[in-house]
Design a protein around this ligand. Structure first.
Ligand code: PA5
Length: 440
């Protein structure tokens, strides 16, 4: 037992390979931990072990509400036809999921028409950044989606005030309202009230879904659809992954295995997990993963600290530490299986650059060789390695990945003994900041 592969509807699914976690964790320990926690895994599989008011993401089919999907697609189509710029205002779980998918499927990689330009705002408080957002928007046809579960969060709240003023000054209040969407809790929240008073298009931030688990709701799907992504394919990927995880035996369930192995490694002192990849287009996916696991597990004085490396660039910086620094790192590689587009390396002619041994090879073999070499070197250097292999980068497989990690995080948090759905620590800086700013 060192890989888990299961063919799904499309014939291929995410695969977890953990042979390179040995000998840092043993096969017997993995079996023992699974046996010890079987009841827990079964409960999780039934959507238990958490209050129902945070498990809205668990049954993907409940997210596939046809009238809502149609409303999202219609609005997105209108924005794509008429907009030059789409400003996505949100922070944390309110923007990370959409940004992860949009960056992974960016037009320069996917061929999806590059309009409108997506600009992220409300995820920092930097003056220069906001000025640049407003400057880029001048003279352009601008649409906005402000996303907040709890509209008390300062960053999106105050940035939306600045952007709203820009929109109203540019278009007048009436037309500005037709260009603004608000995605928030539809339970009388202040964002809902503001949206109703102004006449914005309102989309639901489901009450029973927390920010970092919200990527497959209107929170993530509207911006993705504006960027031209096929959101139905994404939901289909998530639904198929849900099915796979639901029906797999514990010892063959890749999300359970991933959660078990990383928790066993944490107990042995491997307190930092690096999600490494060889595709720059996955950098923001890795940031989504960092938020999911960091905010879900880092509490009660425990948890694995999640971080990321983008290779091969980071092999020339953090690679040194990973190879020979303090031994507390575990590394999970996110690799892509699909054959890359043909890009042959030209013949040498008289280049004399020392790379003749590569002539006429496919460029893709270089990245594959870099992966093979890195996993071997890091494993030999004392780093337990896992490999999460994805058949390809597409909406469908991103849907699988989002669901896979959400489910794994649910399992992992429970193994760790923390609540993976709260984030009490985030309030500490907020309280202090509000004191400094004199909030009544
Ligand atoms: O996962 C979470 O719940 C958080 O990261 C929130 O998404 C983040 O704090 C933003 O919250 P809000 O949508 O209320 O502005």
């Amino acid at each position: 037992m060192n890989t888990y592969n299961n063919s799904g509807r499309s014939g291929k699914n995410i695969r977890l390979d953990f042979k390179n976690a040995f000998p840092y964790v043993g096969e017997k320990e993995i079996h023992a931990s699974i046996a010890e926690n079987t009841e827990l895994f079964q409960k999780i599989n039934q959507g238990q072990k958490a209050a129902t008011d945070v498990l809205g993401w668990f049954e993907v089919t409940s997210l596939m509400d046809e009238p809502l999907l149609a409303k999202i697609e219609t609005k997105a189509c209108q924005i794509r036809e008429n907009g030059d710029i789409f400003i996505l205002i949100g922070i944390g779980g309110s923007n990370q999921g959409a940004r992860a998918a949009i960056k992974a499927m960016h037009p320069e990689y996917s061929g999806i028409p590059d309009k409108p330009q997506i600009i992220y705002a409300g995820n920092n408080l930097a003056v220069d950044y906001l000025k640049s957002v407003l400057k880029q928007s001048q003279g352009k046809s601008v649409y906005v989606d402000v996303i907040a579960k709890n509209f008390a969060t300062l960053e999106p709240g105050i940035v939306f005030r600045m952007v709203r003023r820009f929109m109203e000054d540019t278009y007048g209040e009436k037309e500005a309202a037709t260009r603004i969407c608000a995605t928030g809790s539809l339970n009388g929240s202040s964002l809902e009230k503001l949206g109703q008073a102004k006449g914005y298009s309102l989309f639901p931030f489901p009450l029973e879904v927390g920010g970092r688990y919200s990527v497959l709701t209107a929170v993530g799907l509207l911006p993705m659809a504006v960027a031209g992504l096929d959101i139905r394919q994404m939901l289909a990927g998530a639904r198929d992954m849900k099915q796979l995880l639901k029906s797999a035996k514990c010892e063959e369930n890749p999300a359970v295995l991933y959660a078990v192995i990383r928790n066993l490694l944490l107990k042995k002192g491997y307190g930092v997990e690096i999600l490494s990849h060889f595709e720059p287009r996955l950098e923001y996916f890795a940031k989504w993963w960092i938020q999911l696991f960091g905010e879900s597990e880092g509490k009660n004085g425990t948890g694995i600290y999640p971080t990321t490396c983008s290779y091969t660039e980071d092999l020339h910086s953090l690679g040194q530490y990973i190879q020979q620094g303090k031994r507390f790192l575990l590394e999970s590689f996110l690799t892509i299986e699909e054959p890359q587009e043909a890009l042959p390396i030209p013949e040498a002619k008289k280049d004399q650059d020392g790379f003749d041994y590569l002539e006429l090879k496919e460029f893709a073999v270089l990245n594959e060789a870099a992966f093979q070499a890195t996993v071997k070197a890091h494993h030999d250097g004392g780093v337990p390695c896992l490999n999460i292999n994805v058949p390809g980068i597409s909406e469908y497989y991103l849907g699988q990945l989002f669901y896979f990690f959400e489910y794994a995080c649910f399992v992992s948090g429970n193994l760790l003994g923390v609540d993976p759905f709260d984030q009490p620590g985030v309030e500490n800086y907020k309280t202090k900041m509000f004191e400094i700013l004199g909030r009544p």
